[in-house]
Design a protein around this ligand. Structure first.
Ligand code: PHE
Length: 342
């Protein structure tokens, strides 16, 4: 007997292996390698067909062909694994190069925001009065005519109530956008008994044309103190303290004025040098002793209690404090302006 000549399958397997190893070695990417795997070792490959046919070979040839086919399969799989490791390392390497972060480049700027100058002043005023033992309270911006006017001793027919000054809610003659923060005085006194020491900062609205010193929406802070034995001296001392804390040690004077809800009423003026250096009195806020009619309207006995109130425009304070010539700058949101207060 001569050794059996290599059978057809064995020779074909050698050819398959050679072709597979050539394609695997030539694969330059994961995708190309996968294509080579599918072609040479996938479910529809010739190798798979040979492996599947082993069972139907004559028994004496199964061992030989099976061994050879499995050896080819293992050789192809090993070559694929090896090539995959190499390609992945390459791909990772080039990705790392492509994604490399240059830590020496300047970063993306993220500018910090800051409080609006009017809001800054509001916070400062709040701090000053918190330190004096006052409480900060809030009130609605849509008010009743009663709280905004009537209870503040401003009866119907008073010029301040007129359509030319006040923004009413359409269809609701009793509802308006508050023209001042003073209605918060009423809301507080209705709810609680003296002693009361509060400030109420907030937005107010008037039918003003827009110009350098008027906008239809602006900000005020109201102050109210009701206690036994309060006098004008307490009012003056308190406001002098406010001015000193906010804009420095300046001469302050009380000038007679009129508000329906205070008696006597004053205008608080500070000594001010304008740009040309000329010195003059600048009106800063309105104030006065709470009118007994207001106390009575809120059920507070004016024989026992007295108090003072003041209202100051926050926008105006910010203008004075920073020498801003035009109120509109505060609402235009031009960052070149706002940044100066950051
Ligand atoms: N409410 C007044 C105004 O808006 C200011 C003010 C408040 C005056 C409190 C006296 C007392 O002009």
């Amino acid at each position: 007997m001569y050794p059996a000549a290599p059978v057809a399958e064995t020779r074909e397997l050698e050819g398959l292996e050679e072709a597979a190893l050539r394609d695997i070695a030539a694969a330059a990417s994961s995708d190309e390698l996968e294509a080579a795997r599918v072609a040479h070792a996938g479910r529809r490959s010739r190798l798979a067909a040979i492996l599947a046919s082993i069972g139907s070979l004559p028994a004496e040839r199964r061992g030989e062909v099976g061994k050879a086919a499995n050896a080819t399969r293992r050789a192809i799989e090993a070559a694929i694994d090896e090539r995959r490791t190499a390609i992945e390392a390459d791909e990772l390497g080039s990705q790392l190069v492509a994604d490399r972060t240059d830590v020496t480049l300047p970063g993306d700027p993220h500018p910090l925001g800051a409080l609006h100058p009017v809001h800054q002043i509001r916070r400062e005023v709040e701090e000053i009065f918190l330190a004096l033992g006052y409480e900060i309270v809030d009130g609605p911006e849509i008010e009743t005519a009663y709280h905004n006017f009537t209870a503040l001793n401003t009866p119907e027919g008073h010029p301040a109530r007129s359509l030319t000054d006040t923004l009413f809610v359409e269809g609701h003659p009793d509802r308006l956008l508050r023209t001042q923060t003073s209605p918060v005085q009423i809301r507080v006194l209705e709810r609680r008994d003296p002693p009361v020491y509060i400030i109420a900062p907030g937005t107010v609205y008037r039918r003003d044309e827009v110009d350098a010193t008027h906008t239809p929406m602006f900000h005020q802070v109201e102050g109210l103190a009701v206690d036994e034995g309060l006098s004008m001296a307490h009012l003056k001392g308190t406001l002098q303290h406010l001015v000193r804390e906010l804009i420095g040690d300046r001469e302050v004077r009380l000038h007679p004025d009129f508000f329906p809800f205070t008696e006597p009423s004053v205008q608080v003026q500070v000594r001010w040098e304008d740009r040309s250096g000329a010195s003059r009195w600048l009106e800063l806020l309105g104030a006065g002793m709470v009118d007994p009619n207001v106390l009575t309207a809120c059920g507070v006995d004016p024989e026992r209690w007295s108090g003072f109130a003041f209202g100051v425009g926050l926008d105006r304070l910010a203008m004075v404090r920073h020498g801003v010539p035009d109120l509109r700058l505060f609402v235009e949101n031009d960052l070149r302006f706002l940044e100066q207060f950051a």
